[in-house]
Design a protein around this ligand. Structure first.
Ligand SMILES: [Zn+2]
Length: 81
């Protein structure tokens, strides 16, 4: 159960996690938290869709991250169908 999980990461941290901008201890803590927190998993999923939509809007700069771009386009496509 989740009773010991009180310290949810901020929206900003989740966003940076999705954008692969976290590293080291911060990344580790966040991953550990997410693995034991269903709330944050759904927050992440929501946020991922938002970011995908945002990124698509400025999609010219995705060339340096082809794999991520593909993923984001896929997510966004599902959302807007
Ligand atoms: Zn959480």
């Amino acid at each position: 159960m989740n009773e010991s999980v009180t310290d949810h990461p901020s929206e900003e941290q989740l966003e940076r996690f999705l954008l692969n901008m976290l590293g080291g201890v911060e990344l580790e803590l966040l991953e550990t938290h997410i693995m034991s927190c269903n709330d944050c998993v759904s927050r992440l999923q929501k946020l991922e869709i938002e970011i995908a939509a945002k990124k698509l809007a400025l999609s010219k700069h995705l060339d340096n991250e082809p794999a991520l771009a593909q993923r984001l386009k896929h997510i966004a496509a599902r959302r807007f169908l």
